[in-house]
Design a protein around this ligand. Sequence first.
Ligand SMILES: C[S@@+](CC[C@H](N)C(=O)[O-])C[C@H]1O[C@@H](n2cnc3c(N)ncnc32)[C@H](O)[C@@H]1O
Length: 216
Amino acid sequence: MTENQNQTEYQYTNSWFLGTAKNVWDQLIPQINPTRILEIGSYEGASTCYLIDSLSATKSIEIHCVDTWEGEIEHKPGGSAVSDMSAVEQRFLHNTSLSLSKARNKCELISHKGYSDKELAKLLASGRDNYFDFIYVDGSHQAADVLCDAILSFRLLKTNGVIAFDDYLWAEPLPYGVDPVRCPKPAIDAFTNIYCRKVRIISAPLYQIYVQKVSD
Ligand SMILES: C[S@@+](CC[C@H](N)C(=O)[O-])C[C@H]1O[C@@H](n2cnc3c(N)ncnc32)[C@H](O)[C@@H]1O
């Protein structure tokens, strides 16, 4: 590949988004048709660019990306899948710039670099409760963090808006097997149980869970 081609093509090093979300999103995103989007966990921007490419073709959108660009536990020094996260962040910047340059309508991308608990709390404190139409929760996969992301996301979501949780069935590969608090499922289950009078689960393939807010 020439240097020129490299600059005009997306640079992704994995197929997480293609493998889990894309097929469902092809059906669901046009139905939700979100204008204000929050993404927790952007990595190289695969899901971000999908949303910009598909939605900004027909209307203006606002998309907020929250990420530490430090990786998850397994990407950090000593983890099982250590990654060069500064190169990941550079690819996010390249990919989203490319996507924004192709947008046919106004697209405002706001990056919030930091831990999601603090960044979501700041969004709430800035008056963005009941603000977002679609929230993608794909940041930390530790149960306590996912529970915090779920509860703060519910506050930030408009009534009728949708939260998508990635990796419902994912568990960290550990030498001693599955640790029940080092995976998202118990947190997503706790959230959907406790909020059962305020949310409904949208029928979709099981690897992700889609939850619509039906009342505040
Ligand atoms: C699985 S990746 C996101 C993948 C991306 N949505 C995609 O489709 O390609 C998870 C991201 O969450 C970020 N992350 C992990 N824990 C976080 C936390 N507590 N707060 C903010 N970001 C976090 C990591 O830095 C990583 O970039």
